[in-house]
Design a protein around this ligand. Structure first.
Ligand SMILES: Nc1ncnc2c1ncn2[C@@H]1O[C@H](COP(=O)(O)OP(=O)(O)OP(=O)(O)O)[C@@H](O)[C@H]1O
Ligand SMILES: [Mg+2]
Length: 643
C-alpha cells in the first residue's frame, strides 16, 4: 500500500507519435476492421449526400425558380427531401456498423489486460496501486471503445468531407473558396497548440483519477482501521486534497477546451461575413449569380460542423492516445516470472526443497544495501518439517515466496528434487508446492470454493471434492463452518471480512492442505489461533505432514515444537540448523529469538515464561505492562467462548 502518487504510477507517457501510439491497437482492431470500414463508408456516403444538397438547390434556383415551372420545383423539392432521407439512413447505418465491433474490442482488451494482471509477478503489483489498475481497466479501455466507435470514424470522414467540400467551393469561385480556407488556417494552428497542451493535461488527469481510485480502494479496504483509530477525518482530508488536485486539472482541461471553442465559434462567423461581402461584390461585377451564392452558403453550412468538430475530434484522439499509453504501460511490462523455454517435469516428486546460495533483494532496495537474503543455504529433506525462526524483519516471509516463484532469486537457486524451480512449468511447480500466508486472503465465494481453490483438477461438488474438503477442514480445525448459515455453501464476504481472523486463517490453512502438495510452505499460519486450537491443528497437521515436506515460519515457541528441525535466519543467512534443543544449547542468537517469542507469547496469554538471563529486562517490561500494548488482539474463537 503505497501512498505517493509517483509510486502508484511508475511509467511515464510513451514517446511515440500519436498515430504510432494508436497503431498499437491494431491487433485488437484487426478482426473488426471491415465493420469499422463499413461504418466509415456509410458516414462518408452520408457526407457526400449532404454535399449534394446545395448543388441540387443551385440547379433548382437557376432553372425552375427563374422560369417558374411549378412541377419542376416540386420535383426538385422531392429530390432534396429524398437526399435528406438518404443521409439520415446512412447515419443510422454508421451507428449500426460501429457499435458492435467497438464493444468487441473493449471486451477483448479487458480480458487480455485481466489475464496479463494475473500473470505479471508480485513485484509488479508491489509497484502499482490497485486504483491505477482499476481505472486503466475500466475508464481507459471504455474511452478507447468510444473513440474507435465515434472519434476515429468521424475524424476520417470529416477530414474527407472538408477536402471534398473545399474543392466544390472553388468550383463556384476561387475567391470564395480561398476565403473559406484561409479563415480555417488559424483554426488549424490553434488546434495544434491546443493538442500539445491538452495531451499533457489529459495524461495528468487520467493518472490522478487512478490515484484517487487507489485512495478509495485503500480506505474502503482499511475502513476498520480508520474507524478504530478515529482517522476518518484525516483520510477524508487526504482524499479531498487529491480530489481537489484532480478538479484543478479538470478545470485546466475545461479552460483549454473553452478557449478552443472560442476560436471554433469565431472563425466561421468571420468566414461567413467575408464571404457574404465578397459574394455580393462578385454578383455586382457579374462573376457569379445569386443561385451560386445561395448554393455557396448552403455548402458552407454543411461544412461548418465538420470544420468545427475537428478540434474536438483531435482532443478526443489525444484522450484515446493517452488511454492507449496507459493501457500499454501494463501490456509492455516485461514478465520476468514465466514458464521455462525447456521445461523439466517431475512426475512424482520426493519433496526435497533446497536453497543453494540463494540471494534476494527487492527492486526498490538501495544499490548500496546488502542483499536482504544474502546467500541462503538450506536443505529440507523429503517429508521433513522445518521451522523457520528469526527476528521480525529478518526476511522469513520473503524466503517463503521464493519456492513458488512469487519472486525469483536474484542470485543462486532454489531447487525441488534437485531441479531448479525456474526449470519447472509454473503450473506444475505450484501444484507441487502450496502456500498459506499469515494474512489470509479469501475470495467472495463459498467456503467450499475458497478451500478447494487450489484443486482445479477436481469437481468441487463431486464426492472426491467433498472428501478432500472435509479432510482439510478437519486438519485446520475449521468445524465452525458447519454453524455458518449455509454451512460450506455460505458465501463469505469480500476477503472473508465477515469471519474472525482465526477463522480466516483456518480456512487459508485448509486451502493449503486441500491442495495436497508435496511441499507445504506456511508463513505463520497459526498466529491468530488460541493456544488450544493451535495444539489441535498441530496434532492434525502432524498426520498430514508425515509425508509432506513443510517449511513453517514460526512466531510461537509452540509452533517450533511441531518441527523436526529448526533453521535460524540471521542477517540474511541461515546461521544454524538443528533440533530445537540443540539450537537452544549452541546458539546464543537462537536463545535470544526464542526468548522474544516467549515474551510476546506471555504478553498475549498472561503466562509467566521461563526466565533466561538475557531476557530478564524484556520480561520486566512485560510484567510492568509496558509491552502489553504490543500484543495482538486475539480474535474470539469458539474455544475461548467455551472456556
Ligand atoms: N514487497 C516488498 N518490497 C520491498 N521491501 C519489502 C517488501 N516486503 C518486505 N520488504 C522488506 O523486507 C524486509 C523483510 O521483510 P519480511 O516480511 O520478509 O520479514 P519477516 O521476517 O517475515 O518479518 P515478520 O517476522 O515481521 O513477519 C523488511 O525490511 C521489509 O521492509
Ligand atoms: Mg513475515
Amino acid at each position: 500500500m503505497s501512498s505517493s502518487p509517483s509510486a502508484q504510477n511508475p511509467s511515464p507517457s510513451s514517446t511515440l507519435s500519436t498515430p504510432a501510439a494508436l497503431w498499437r491497437l491494431k491487433p485488437f482492431v484487426k478482426p473488426v476492421i471491415w465493420r469499422l470500414a463499413g461504418g466509415a463508408a456509410s458516414a462518408l456516403i452520408a457526407a457526400i449526400i449532404a454535399l449534394m444538397i446545395p448543388i441540387v438547390l443551385e440547379q433548382i434556383i437557376s432553372g425552375p425558380v427563374y422560369s417558374g415551372e411549378i412541377s419542376a420545383i416540386v420535383w426538385g423539392a422531392v429530390a432534396v427531401f429524398a437526399l435528406g432521407l438518404g443521409e439520415a439512413l446512412m447515419v443510422w447505418l454508421r451507428r449500426q456498423f460501429v457499435l458492435n465491433p467497438s464493444t468487441e474490442v473493449e471486451y477483448k482488451m479487458r480480458t487480455e489486460l485481466y489475464s496479463r494482471l494475473q500473470t505479471l509477478p508480485v513485484s509488479f503489483h508491489d509497484r502499482w496501486g490497485s486504483g491505477q489498475l482499476l481505472s486503466r481497466m475500466m475508464q481507459d479501455i471504455g474511452l478507447i471503445r468510444r473513440w474507435l466507435a465515434f472519434g476515429l470514424v468521424l475524424l476520417v470522414v470529416n477530414l474527407l468531407t472538408i477536402v471534398i467540400g473545399s474543392v466544390l467551393l472553388f468550383r463556384w469561385h476561387w475567391l470564395l473558396g480561398t476565403i473559406f480556407l484561409v479563415t480555417a488556417i488559424p483554426l488549424w494552428i490553434r488546434g495544434y497548440l491546443f493538442e500539445k497542451r491538452y495531451g499533457a493535461l489529459t495524461r495528468r488527469s487520467q493518472d490522478q483519477a487512478g490515484d484517487l481510485a487507489t485512495s478509495v480502494e485503500e480506505s474502503v479496504h482499511g475502513i476498520r482501521v480508520l474507524k478504530a483509530f478515529g482517522r476518518g477525518k484525516h483520510a477524508l482530508s487526504r482524499f479531498s486534497r487529491q480530489a481537489e488536485t484532480l478538479r484543478e486539472t479538470e478545470m485546466s482541461k475545461a479552460g483549454a477546451i473553452a478557449s478552443i471553442w472560442f476560436w471554433l465559434d469565431l472563425m466561421p462567423q468571420i468566414a461567413f461575413g467575408l464571404s457574404l461581402m465578397s459574394g455580393i461584390w462578385l454578383i455586382s461585377v457579374d462573376q457569379i449569380d445569386e443561385a451560386q451564392l445561395f448554393a455557396f452558403f448552403a455548402m458552407a453550412v454543411v461544412l461548418r460542423w465538420p470544420i468545427e468538430s475537428i478540434g474536438f475530434l483531435f482532443s478526443f484522439m489525444l484522450d484515446a492516445r493517452t488511454a492507449t499509453d496507459r493501457v500499454f504501460d501494463i501490456f509492455s511490462e516485461t514478465n520476468t516470472i514465466t514458464d521455462p523455454e525447456h521445461p523439466v517435469h517431475i512426475e512424482n516428486p520426493r519433496g526435497e526443497l533446497a536453497f543453494e546460495n540463494a540471494h534476494f533483494r527487492y527492486q526498490d532496495a538501495g544499490a548500496h544495501e546488502r542483499d536482504l537474503l544474502d546467500g541462503i543455504d538450506l536443505v529440507l529433506r523429503p517429508g521433513e518439517t522445518m521451522a523457520l525462526v528469526g527476528l521480525t524483519g529478518s526476511g522469513k516471509t520473503t524466503l517463503t515466496t521464493l519456492p513458488t516463484r512469487l519472486y525469483d532469486v536474484t542470485g543462486g537457486r532454489v531447487t525441488l528434487d534437485g531441479v531448479d524451480v525456474r526449470d519447472l512449468p509454473l503450473a506444475e511447480l505450484r501444484q507441487h508446492i502450496a502456500m498459506a500466508f499469515e494474512d489470509a486472503t479469501l475470495f467472495s465465494a463459498t467456503v467450499r470454493e475458497n478451500v478447494l481453490l487450489g484443486r482445479a483438477d477436481l469437481d468441487v461438488h463431486s464426492e472426491e471434492g467433498e472428501r478432500v474438503l472435509r479432510e482439510a477442514l478437519q486438519v485446520a480445525q475449521a468445524a465452525f463452518v458447519d454453524s455458518l448459515p449455509d454451512g460450506v455453501e455460505t458465501v463469505i464476504g469480500e476477503e472473508g471480512l465477515s469471519l474472525s481472523g482465526g477463522q480466516r486463517q483456518r480456512l487459508a490453512l485448509a486451502r493449503a492442505v486441500a491442495a495436497a502438495p508435496k511441499v507445504l510452505v506456511l508463513d505463520d499460519p497459526l498466529s491468530a489461533l488460541d493456544v488450544d486450537t493451535e495444539a489441535l491443528v498441530e496434532e492434525a497437521l502432524r498426520h498430514v505432514l508425515a509425508d509432506t515436506t513443510a517449511m513453517i515460519v514460526a512466531h510461537r515457541p509452540s509452533t517450533v515444537a511441531l518441527a523436526d528441525r529448526v533453521a535460524l535466519l540471521e542477517a540474511g543467512r541461515v546461521t544454524a540448523v538443528g533440533t530445537h534443543s540443540e539450537l537452544l544449547k549452541t546458539s546464543r542468537h537462537y536463545r535470544h529469538v526464542i526468548s522474544s517469542l516467549e515474551a510476546e507469547e506471555a504478553a498475549r496469554t498472561g503466562a509467566i515464561p521461563i526466565i533466561r538471563d538475557e531476557q530478564l529486562e524484556v520480561e520486566d517490561e512485560v510484567r510492568e505492562g509496558r509491552r502489553v500494548e504490543a500484543a495482538d488482539e486475539d480474535p474470539i474463537t469458539e474455544k475461548e467462548v467455551q472456556r
